[in-house]
Design a protein around this ligand. Structure first.
Ligand code: IVH
Length: 720
């Protein structure tokens, strides 16, 4: 009885376990299926939304499906897929980009700027094809950065930037967040098993404007144009930043064996069917007139596009003809770019004012009659520096041509070939008074108002301006007494690589300066909560945060204090070198020119600048005050002991994943022992400090150049 009881109980337990297992397995099967189904559905919705602009479900329904998939994937980490639609949001992990050699070099295009050059291209192609008929595919030239995408079995496997054309950075993690780039092509598509497609990553105007507005609010430097913004974003170390910035992509070149047919245009049509975003504005033409029509149309119409374009690309359509035309060393003979003229506007110059920047550089800025240019009203333009200004030979009342270049601020590029309008049409004549009185009034033609010289003295503090060797700008040298320079020094002092007082921004610094609370960076250490409090506010959280980060900065190591005090020409590296060599502020302050010149990496300009900095009693007093407030004035005990010159003069590349220290720690160790950490392998590299999983491209390059690969343990015993 006892035995049968035990037997039945065991059977029971067994049955329970078995059924449960089977059930769970079933359940798991269901969830696996659901994950795959959701991924497929979301890929399709993504395509409809981002490429076709024709969604068939609401945003809310999309989010709902996405959440379901996220939940299921969290439950099943074993089913992780880097190409899952959930991965579009990116991650906060730090990307270090591996260098990848392109399977086929990424060539650039020859440029043309006028109709004659386009006609020459047509002629060359015609001759090259020995009079055979040909078609030209006309496309827009998108102004972003080129990308090469690799697909295997319909899945995105790698995305690489152009780099130098031979090798580029592997930016796959970042590219996965660009929603118009398909991660998984439809299962039943007629695409080759393996292929490459190239195109342009862009930041649409709408994303660009939003990003710059956010940066302005956060007091961060603005991006000059969508191209810079796209390129800065794609190189971001953090794919979640990329995901938020709204990048887009157009593909324009299909490569690989087994691509559908002989026509470039037709191949791209096929790629569009597979889910790629291809420009709808390509045209096939078979006459030169057709090319000119395309150019003329888009020169005007491009202003209405959501993305920046800077020209038109003309490509021979037949791949067989492309092959027979071949390449030159730099670019294909079968394609050419025609660059649009930058938009220009003409207006009247009224006055030139001189602005003193925070480095002391003096920039001439033109005030002009307002004029419409590339979508905005412009009334000021930069004249860059004294040389540019002299070459323009400007006079008050000149008719000038203004252009928006790559920079945010428009520039004057020349004088109008047309005569100035009659006097009555000029506004603001009153402004001209004081600039030469009536003689200054513009006559017909240009150049008849008062000529405008460059200033000799600082327009803010009156100091005589100086021009440093090799520099295009004139500078105000009064860095302890001229307000914009003082502000510049304070901003430098608090910056991330200096004292890292990150709760203070330039506007707050300006405000404290204007209110007379600070006159230099040392005054920051005397600020009190009472002084900073808003009269009517009881919430002082922000103020306490500022004071706390000022206090925290007292622990910043000496080498960064030496950088922060703002010795002209002493950048981060020179400050480190000086700190390591002399060990304390006192020793740096007492250093002679001879001694400074003996240091590897310190040249005459830096050495003289150090001497002149400490010769100024205002600077000495400033440094003394910083000492009193408790800033680090010598290198730490630990650092002193740990230092050596064992790696003196060596360039070291770090690659892979390490066991004993982080990458940053190894970087610091290399510097502590006199070596230099460099980013990429070249013939000058002394050795590669390699952890696990060193990138294959780096490994191959090191082996090819015969560069030693040192393990973590070998390195640690080398520096002991
Ligand atoms: S075709 C071998 N097509 O322009 C031909 N390029 O100077 C490869 N670009 O690096 C390029 N729009 O970044 C091609 N529709 C277009 C383009 C285009 C922009 C860029 C691309 C390339 C550069 C050439």
């Amino acid at each position: 009885m006892g035995v049968s009881l035990i037997f039945f109980s065991l059977l029971n337990v067994y049955c329970y376990l078995f059924c449960n297992f089977a059930l769970r397995k079933d359940f798991k099967m269901d969830e696996t299926k659901r994950i795959l189904q959701l991924r497929e559905e979301l890929h399709q919705h993504n395509y409809r939304y981002y490429v076709e602009n024709a969604p068939i479900i609401s945003d809310q329904e999309f989010d709902f499906l996405m959440h379901e998939l996220q939940d299921l994937e969290a439950k099943h980490p074993e089913l992780f897929d880097p190409n899952s639609p959930t991965q579009r949001v990116g991650s906060d992990l730090n990307n270090e980009f591996e260098t990848v050699i392109h399977s086929r070099p990424m060539l650039s295009l020859g440029n043309t700027y006028n109709r004659e050059e386009v006609a020459d291209f047509w002629q060359r192609v015609s001759e090259g094809l020995m009079g055979a008929p040909f078609q030209i595919c006309c496309e827009l030239k998108f102004d972003g950065l080129s990308i090469s995408l690799h697909y295997e079995d319909g899945r995105l496997v790698r995305a690489v930037t152009r780099g130098d054309g031979v090798q580029g950075d592997d930016v796959t993690a970042n590219v996965r967040t660009i929603r118009s780039i398909p991660l998984q092509l439809p299962k039943d598509g007629d695409y080759p098993r393996q292929f490459e497609i190239r195109g342009e990553v862009l930041m649409p105007w709408s994303s660009f404007d939003r990003l710059n507005a956010e940066r302005e609010k956060a007091e961060e430097p603005l991006f000059a144009n969508p191209r810079n913004a796209a390129s800065g974003t794609l190189k971001s170390k953090n794919s979640s930043t990329v995901a938020q910035r709204g990048l887009d992509a157009y593909l324009y070149y299909l490569l690989g064996d087994g691509i559908p047919g002989d026509g470039h245009y037709q191949n791209l049509e096929a790629a569009a069917r597979w889910g790629f975003q291809i420009s709808r504005n390509m045209r096939l033409v078979d006459t030169l007139e057709g090319v000119f029509e395309y150019i003329d149309y888009w020169d005007v119409e491009r202003k209405n596009l959501p993305v920046a374009t800077d020209g038109v690309v003309l490509k021979v359509n037949s791949l067989a003809q492309q092959k027979s035309l071949g390449m030159t060393a730099k670019s294909p003979r079968w394609a050419i770019a025609y660059k649009f003229q930058a938009e220009q506007a003409e207006t009247t110059l009224r006055q030139v004012v001189f602005q003193v920047g925070r480095t002391g550089a003096v920039t001439p800025v033109a005030n002009m009659d307002p004029v419409q240019l590339a979508g905005t009203q412009v009334r000021r333009a930069t004249l860059h520096n004294a040389d540019v200004m002299a070459s323009l030979d400007l006079h008050v009342g000149d008719r000038v041509l203004v252009e928006k270049g790559g920079e945010i601020i428009p520039k004057i590029v020349g004088k109008s070939p047309l005569p100035a309008p009659p006097l009555e049409e000029c506004h603001n004549l009153a402004e001209l008074e004081g600039l030469g009185g009536n003689e200054a009034l513009p006559q017909r033609g240009s150049g008849e108002g008062a000529s405008i010289p460059f200033v000799e003295f600082c327009p803010v503090c009156g100091s005589k301006l100086v021009r440093y060797e090799g520099e295009a700008s004139y500078y105000c040298p009064n860095d302890t007494g001229c307000p914009p320079l003082i502000l510049g020094r304070i901003e430098h002092f608090i910056s991330r690589k200096a004292m890292n007082i990150n709760s203070l921004g330039p506007e707050t610094v300006d405000d404290y300066f204007r209110r007379g609370l600070i006159h230099d960076a040392a005054d920051l250490y005397e600020l009190t909560e009472e002084q900073l409090s808003e009269p009517l506010s009881s919430d002082n959280k922000g103020i306490r945060k500022i004071l706390a980060s000022i206090e925290e900065s007292k622990r910043v190591p000496f080498e960064r204090v030496l950088y922060a005090i703002g010795i002209r020409f002493v950048g981060e590296i020179a400050a480190k070198t000086l700190a390591r060599y002399y060990g304390s502020m006192d020793k740096v302050a007492e250093a002679t020119l001879d001694s400074l010149l003996q240091i590897n990496g310190i040249g005459e300009i830096i050495a003289k600048s150090v001497i002149s900095y400490f010769a100024n009693p205002i600077n000495r007093h400033f440094v003394e005050r910083l000492r009193e407030y408790g800033l680090q004035m010598e290198i730490g005990e630990q650092q002193k002991q740990a230092q050596s010159d064992k790696l003196e003069g060596q360039s070291i590349v770090i690659s892979g994943v390490f066991q004993h220290h982080s990458r940053d720690e190894y970087k610091a160790l290399i510097e502590q022992h006199g070596g230099k950490n460099v980013g990429s392998i070249s013939a000058k590299t002394s050795f590669v400090l390699a952890g696990d999983n060193m990138g294959p491209a780096k490994l191959e390059k090191a082996q090819k150049l015969g560069i030693r690969i040192m393990s973590e343990d070998e390195f640690l015993s080398l520096i002991q």
